[in-house]
Design a protein around this ligand. Structure first.
Ligand code: ATP
Ligand code: MG
Length: 417
């Protein structure tokens, strides 16, 4: 543990443990960090379980170590925020599920109870931080041996029935670590796929986002496809070679801003509008991303127009100006036509930034009256600038003067109707 954690963190968790002892409580490191420590993978997402009262402990630690404090009293959890990291503290608890899909009833419990409520044995290990057995691994459910054998195993046969998001989480770990499901777990998983119907849209979406944070989410998507999980979420969801190629391309872009959202747009690229609406409703997708996903399909209707070789820059601009950038990026990755990709790239890299040099005030000085006339002149200038017909401020001024002389071309707004 000393080699794994940065010194600053080791000292902090030690200090927390001492304060816990002062309050008659015990503290443990749990979950992903224990698993990753044994695997030798970096992970500084620190989860602590407190046998006793995590909120009380966190309140004291926040004062002594000058941390920001966020408390969820109802869940008995607290978050301590430091400059470069956060620590999560949770009161050890026992969970019982009344029905599939609903949130569990929670009561205080022992560490062992708390480990038993977890998703998989490899996530159900703890490390003691108490002074008498500091650093000792606590592994009542043989997670260590599963980790060595490369096995994903649920804690009990009702696990997926209690919480079917564990199906998605399990496949995620399986693919991340190159592990396999233990035989019984695999069998129960396939049996319980329909239980996913009981899971809320927010929770399914949250797990998909978790998957999209993986290094190669397409591996997880493919496996979910093979198991029939994708079909259970939406019958049109498929994983194929196309997804592999396009996800990889999305990652290789120099600036993968919004990679997660881009994956969502690529995932539904082959959907009909109706399938998409079903999917958006099922996942309770937020408004902005919903719009980008709708635009991703909307742009596809315009691709034949964008395939013309002889398009003027302004024509490209008017075809794309009303769509979300994310949707244009998704199409630039998805389209198989070099011409279309070139046109979309031109919009993204250049056309969307084009502005006229003259503004309204300057046009007024040149004798253009505010109102519809001004709007029209600005649009004509913008179009001329997009198409390279005017370059300098002087060019724009002479164009304005020629317009005033009565030489008005058609208003370029929306030539496509
Ligand atoms: P990752 O590296 O993917 O973040 P993690 O193990 O840290 O893995 P988190 O999603 O951060 O996973 O959750 C922290 C811990 O909480 C897990 O290790 C697991 O023990 C427990 N956990 C999370 N979600 C569930 C769930 N749906 N059911 C049971 N236990 C869960
Ligand atoms: Mg984590």
């Amino acid at each position: 543990m000393k080699q794994y954690l940065p010194r600053q963190l080791t000292e902090l968790v030690k200090a927390i443990s001492e304060q816990a002892a002062g309050q008659g409580q015990r503290v443990y490191l749990v979950g992903g960090i224990v698993r990753d420590m044994l695997l030798g993978y970096p992970n500084f997402d620190i989860d602590l379980v407190v046998e006793g009262n995590a909120v009380k402990l966190a309140q004291q630690v926040a004062v002594t170590s000058q941390a920001g404090l966020l408390v969820h009293r109802r869940f008995g959890t607290a978050k301590l925020r430091y400059d470069n990291f956060t620590l999560d503290l949770a009161t050890a608890r026992k969970e019982t599920y009344a029905r599939p899909g609903v949130l569990p009833t929670v009561t205080p419990g022992t560490l062992k109870d708390d480990l038993f409520r977890r998703d998989f044995s490899i996530n159900a290990m703890a490390i003691s931080l108490a002074s008498n057995d500091y650093g000792e691994l606590i592994d009542p459910y043989n997670g260590g041996s599963d980790l060595e054998r490369g096995v994903i195993r649920i804690m009990h046969p009702d696990s997926f029935n209690d919480d079917a998001t564990r199906i998605l989480r399990g496949v995620c770990y399986e693919q991340r670590f190159g592990f396999g499901f233990e035989a019984e777990t695999g069998r129960v998983l396939e049996r319980d796929i329909t239980i996913l119907d009981t899971i809320s849209g927010d929770r399914i979406r949250h797990e998909l986002e978790h998957i999209f944070e993986e290094e190669r989410p397409e591996l997880v998507i493919k496996r979910l496809g093979e198991l029939g999980v994708l079909h259970a979420i939406n019958p049109s969801l498929k994983s194929n070679g196309w997804i592999f190629e396009k996800f990889d391309k999305a990652r290789s872009l120099k600036k993968p801003t919004q990679l997660l959202s881009l994956y969502f747009c690529l995932l539904i690229y082959a959907f009909s509008e109706k399938d998409l609406e079903q999917f958006l409703t099922r996942l309770n997708m937020p408004a902005k991303l919903s719009r980008a996903m709708r635009d991703t399909l909307g742009i596809q209707d315009r691709l034949p127009l964008l395939e013309k070789l002889s398009l003027k820059p302004s024509e490209i601009y008017y075809l794309l100006q009303d769509y979300q950038l994310l949707a244009i990026r998704a199409n630039a990755i998805a389209s198989e036509s070099a011409t279309i990709r070139r046109h979309l790239q031109l919009f993204l890299a250049k056309l969307r930034y084009v502005r006229t040099s003259l503004d309204g005030e300057e046009l007024e000085r040149l004798g253009i009256s505010t109102g519809p006339e001004m709007g029209k002149v600005l649009r004509i200038l913008h179009k001329a600038k997009l198409d390279g017909e005017v370059k300098t401020r002087a060019d724009e001024e002479s164009l304005v003067l020629s317009l005033k002389a009565g030489d008005f071309p058609n208003d370029p707004e929306s030539p496509w109707g």
